[in-house]
Write a protein that binds this ligand. Structure first.
Ligand SMILES: *[C@@H]1O[C@H](CO)[C@@H](O)[C@H](O)[C@H]1NC(C)=O
Ligand SMILES: *[C@@H]1O[C@H](CO)[C@@H](O)[C@H](O)[C@H]1NC(C)=O
Length: 429
């Protein structure tokens, strides 16, 4: 609900939250690569001549990393090694010690460094390197003048340099990953301690690629209030529907030590409804004894991925509800399994006029008169335009034995403010 000024005139300000309270807000812009459906940010690293880097925003990565050499980031007066025997390395969850002793230390060649791995979900390999810290640039929104964006800098932001191996599958606009996973080494944790702001962040993923305004999405750090033009008198943090963040006791990372919990953001989905009708399926949505199952959010999956049985049940109810609305089904377009004639779908304030999907969540919400929390998905977030004539239900079949039962993907989060509160362990949207 929040952040969705879909059809407003100020679409360029879609995700730009103004802040009329006394505090300033820290943020990084987010841009969408439409062809890959990936979301990335950009900032400057190092001194005295900073390097601009473009990194995919990921909620699941162990480390932030980029290809230092490709960006020409080879020396910096503000970079520091994170020593492998330092308390910082232990806090960050460093993996052993890495040594590179060919000549004077550079960001991609440090001696006695805290071990870290560069990885993307599409690369079948990890690139191991040393963890370093350097100054990066952030933006702040000014209290009195929301159009006025100024710069802030953050020292010792931890990341590792990689070669081009782990770039596989990433948008060609990016050469690395910024992690926002549930981990002390993630940017949100570092911002929270450096600027003494609440340990929260909120994503507003843009629905379209960059506009003439430069960017139309953002990640905000430090929590609300969130004021969104043009109704900037309403604080969106008060209308967020929240549900507890649950910890999957079994790691979902590419490498881990037995006993490590997952660093991703899981929530409990109890049931799914389409226009109020429950979707019936037998497969469980909870974790089994090995942490298989559950529901997580992911910016690296363009569309929500469901266990096959759940997917078929949801599609079945959706198609029959759509049929009663006189929406005509047409041949499917991969990867989607339910596509419709766009001419038979009305345009509404909330996007294409299709059945509404509700994920019913744990927790009662005061915003919903103390009913169960829900993640409501209107046409704007459920339908993907594959051509001028065809709109498809933007959910995909994840097979019959997925690691996670429901992966809520980027499309379903676009133009919605999704807040992760790491103090109260709640997800709000
Ligand atoms: C690398 O670090 C180790 C451990 O601190 C040290 O003994 C060694 O001399 C260092 N090597 C170089 C080339 O700096
Ligand atoms: C999952 O975690 C539980 C609790 O820590 C543990 O007993 C179980 O062996 C783990 N399963 C796997 C496959 O690691």
């Amino acid at each position: 609900m929040a952040c969705s000024l879909l059809l407003s005139l100020s679409f360029l300000l879609l995700c730009i939250v103004s802040d009329s309270a006394s505090s300033t807000k820290l943020l990084l812009p987010i841009v969408k690569d439409d062809t890959k459906t990936q979301y990335f940010t950009s900032f400057l690293v190092g001194a005295p001549k900073p390097t601009r880097v473009y990194l995919a925003v990921d909620l699941s990565n162990l480390w932030s990393w980029f290809t230092c050499d490709i960006y020409g980031y080879k020396s910096s007066s503000t970079f520091k090694n994170v020593d492998c025997d330092s308390p910082k390395c232990a806090t960050y969850g460093g993996i052993g010690c890495v040594s590179c002793t060919s000549g004077p230390p550079t960001p991609s060649c440090t001696n006695n460094s805290c071990g870290a791995d560069a990885y993307s979900p599409w690369s079948n390999m990890l690139y191991s390197g040393g963890l370093v810290g350097d100054t990066i640039s952030l933006y702040t929104l000014q209290a009195q003048n929301p159009a006025q964006i100024s710069k802030a800098s953050l020292r010792d932001f931890p990341f590792t340099c990689a070669d081009k191996g782990p770039l596989k599958g990433l948008s060609p606009y990016t050469k690395g990953i910024l992690t926002l996973a549930r981990r002390p080494v993630a940017l949100h944790a570092h911002i929270s301690s450096a600027f003494k702001v609440p340990h929260k962040f909120a994503l507003c993923l843009p629905a379209s690629s960059a506009s003439i305004a430069g960017y139309n999405g953002a990640v905000y750090f430090g929590g609300g209030p969130y004021y969104l033009p043009p109704t900037s008198r309403i604080d969106l943090s008060r209308s967020l529907v929240t549900t507890p963040i649950v910890v999957n006791p079994n790691s979902t990372a590419p490498i881990y030590t037995v006993g490590d919990p997952s660093i991703e953001y899981f929530i409990n989905v109890r049931s799914i409804k389409v226009d109020g009708t429950p979707v019936r399926f037998r497969s469980s949505l909870s974790f089994d004894k090995d942490g298989v199952g559950g529901t997580k959010i992911s910016t690296m999956d363009p569309y929500t991925v469901l266990h096959s049985e759940t997917y078929k049940a949801l599609t079945g109810v959706f198609v029959s509800k759509a049929t009663t609305m006189k929406i005509t089904r047409v041949a499917s377009v991969a990867p989607f399994g339910a596509c419709f004639d766009a001419q038979t779908i009305a345009n509404t304030k909330t996007g294409p006029g299709v059945p509404i999907i509700d994920l019913i969540l744990d927790g009662k919400s005061p915003v919903l008169h103390n009913k169960n929390a829900r993640w409501r998905i209107y046409g704007a977030n459920s339908m993907v335009k594959v051509s001028n004539k065809v709109l498809c239900l933007g959910f995909v079949d994840g097979g019959s034995s997925p690691r996670t039962s429901i992966v809520i993907g980027g499309k379903q989060m676009e133009d919605n403010l999704v807040e992760i509160d790491l103090e109260a362990n709640k997800l709000g949207q």
